[in-house]
Design a protein around this ligand. Structure first.
Ligand code: SAH
Length: 565
């Protein structure tokens, strides 16, 4: 039972919301607060206290006895902003309770237990099926407690990192084995990954029982774990065969069907002319298992060739999982300008690849045990290649970049190397021009262009031509890479070109280190812009002919006819 105590009207209201959300789980106490706490302490596994932490500490202090017997305590503040796991974070699941409370009340869970704050992935959240779920708790605790834990996997899965105490420790008391092989006798915690595909063919009218018996026979004969079966594949003319459909439904397996032509194109060990005459492809079970596994993974192999019963055939293919390359934009600098999705990808990555200064920006977000591949400025190509190679090996890799990782950054070189055997996701980030424009006002209110003044990889003539075009078409211009120690002449040249087509009074904005320590914002004009105020951590925005300085802010109107005159 969860005991709920409260002191104020707001507290009581929230208390009732919890009780409604969790019917039958809560007792809402009432009366003098001290008495409420004493009662709740006696009768509850956990207490949610709508009280300040200070008040709660004073009230429970005289009641404390032992970690294993004291209830868990979560405190929620008067404004329902925070749910603080105060006592029994693990022993009484107060950390999890703070999360549950937050789901209902919209509070921010505050968890201070080292291991949870350390953010270690749960073994039950990896997408694997435990062969012996009752053993999970003990090994999870060993992982959290930093005890040595052995971890063996048949294949590389794109997993989040495990802490450093988990790995190759064959003598450890706690062992985890990730395998699609049957491991019934094992003393380890066995996790079965979704790596096997059943290919099933049949004559018309096959029974579910016959299919089930044949599948069991084949899996047993090859020492394969039924928990690892993740799909049934067949020919499209068999996809509605009741015995196959019922079998798949009973195991909650999706049925994937292919045309006879698709199946006929597959190279299989046991083609049959009899099958070809009946179905139009020499193989259903082997060909469909292989084809589905190859689609669901980056590679496939047949692990059980065709076995036939009176009316059914079954083959099994094993897929090699896709690795994952996440291309993650970190935003311009400030933590709260990094998207939640970017943060989630960083935590899901087993390997993070990036420029050292960007890694520093997010090091605190990463999970312990993560492998970090950092390199200095200039090694872009090598960095991109490394990230792709690691993802192709099956790992979960995050390739990071500041701002948006696709804007003058790592996404393009990485995707130039990336082959179609890796799964790629990209998370957009707030690029420098956007961070700068919001600090300057609204300079991007009408058409604009991003230009990089770096002529390291682009001939200066090309950049010049684009500057002329932008000048002539009256676009607002955002200049990236405007100036560095080695590149001094480009910015004055760019300003000269733009100045040919727009007046010297055109507003211009400089933002140095947007959203980072040392941020500087300067609104000036095209004529007065001093290149010495610009460095490589600056983005420069030059207005169009319509851009105005209004109250010190750069504003480009949306159009001539937008505002009523
Ligand atoms: N991918 C990055 C841009 C990389 S190019 C992005 O999307 O923002 C590097 C250039 O970006 C720098 O020379 C500078 O012009 C600009 N820049 C990046 N971050 C910046 C910041 N926080 N403040 C100002 N300019 C920045």
């Amino acid at each position: 039972m969860i005991g709920i105590v409260w002191a104020t009207a707001a507290g009581r209201e929230s208390a009732e919301r919890l009780a409604q959300a969790w019917p039958g789980e809560c007792t809402v106490h009432s009366g003098p607060v001290k008495q409420q706490v004493q009662q709740a302490w006696q009768h509850s596994e956990a207490i949610v206290a709508f009280l300040a932490t200070g008040a709660t500490v004073r009230l429970i202090a005289p009641l404390l006895t032992a970690k294993q017997s004291d209830p868990g305590v979560v405190c929620v503040d008067e404004a329902s902003r925070f749910a603080v796991a105060l006592l029994g974070g693990h022993a009484k699941n107060a950390n999890a309770l703070a999360d549950r409370v937050s789901d209902v009340l919209g509070t921010q869970p505050v968890v201070t237990t080292g291991t949870d704050a350390a953010n270690i992935p749960g073994l039950d959240q990896l997408g694997f099926t435990p062969a012996n779920p009752e053993r999970l708790a003990a090994v999870s605790r060993a992982i959290l407690d930093g005890e040595p834990v052995d971890w063996q996997a048949d294949m590389t899965w794109p997993l989040p990192p495990m802490p450093p105490n988990v790995g190759g420790n064959p003598d450890a008391a706690h062992r985890v084995v990730v395998t699609d092989r049957d491991s019934s006798g094992s003393s380890a915690v066995v996790l079965h990954p979704p790596s096997l595909v059943l290919g099933i063919g049949s004559s018309k009218g096959v029974s579910e029982a016959e299919v089930a018996a044949l599948v069991e026979q084949v899996l047993t004969a090859h020492g394969l774990a039924p928990e690892s079966v993740c799909a049934v594949a067949t020919a499209d003319i068999k996809a509605a065969e009741p015995g196959i459909v019922a079998f798949a439904a009973s195991r909650r397996l999706p049925v994937i069907a292919y045309t006879a032509d698709e199946l006929a194109a597959m190279d299989v060990p046991n083609p049959s002319e009899v099958v070809r005459a009946a179905v139009g492809t020499p193989s259903v079970s082997e060909a469909s298992a292989l084809l589905a596994a190859r689609t669901m993974g980056r590679k496939a192999e047949l692990v059980a060739a065709k076995t036939a019963s009176a009316m059914a055939t079954v083959a099994v293919a094993r897929l090699t999982p896709w690795g994952r390359l996440a291309i993650v934009g970190l935003g311009p600098g400030a933590a709260d300008l990094r998207t939640p999705r970017a943060t989630a990808e960083l935590r899901a990555a087993g390997i993070v690849v990036g420029l050292d200064q960007y890694v520093d920006q997010i090091r605190h977000v990463l999970r312990p045990g993560v492998r970090i591949v950092e390199s200095g400025l200039g090694a872009e190509e090598e960095r991109a290649r490394t990230a792709v190679e690691l993802a192709r090996e099956g790992n979960a890799v995050a390739l990071i970049g500041s701002g948006d990782a696709g804007v003058y950054a790592m996404a393009s070189p990485a995707l130039e190397f990336a082959t179609d055997d890796v799964d790629v996701v990209a998370v957009p980030g707030v690029t420098a021009a956007l961070a700068a424009s919001s600090l300057l006002g609204a300079p991007l209110g009408h058409d604009h262009v991003y230009l990089s003044l770096s002529d390291l990889h682009t001939p200066w003539e090309v950049i010049e031509r684009r500057l002329h075009a932008a000048a002539e078409t009256d676009l607002v211009v955002c200049l990236y890479n405007p100036r560095s120690l080695k590149r001094q002449h480009q910015l004055p040249e760019a300003l000269r070109i733009l100045g040919k087509c727009r007046p010297p009074t055109t507003p211009a904005g400089l933002v140095h280190a947007a959203s980072r320590p040392g941020e500087r914002i300067h609104v000036t004009t095209l004529a007065e812009l001093n290149p010495d105020d610009v460095d490589m951590n600056t983005v420069v925005i030059i207005g169009a002919s319509t851009t105005r300085n209004i109250s010190g802010r750069m504003v480009t109107p949306r159009g001539y006819q937008w505002m009523p005159s």
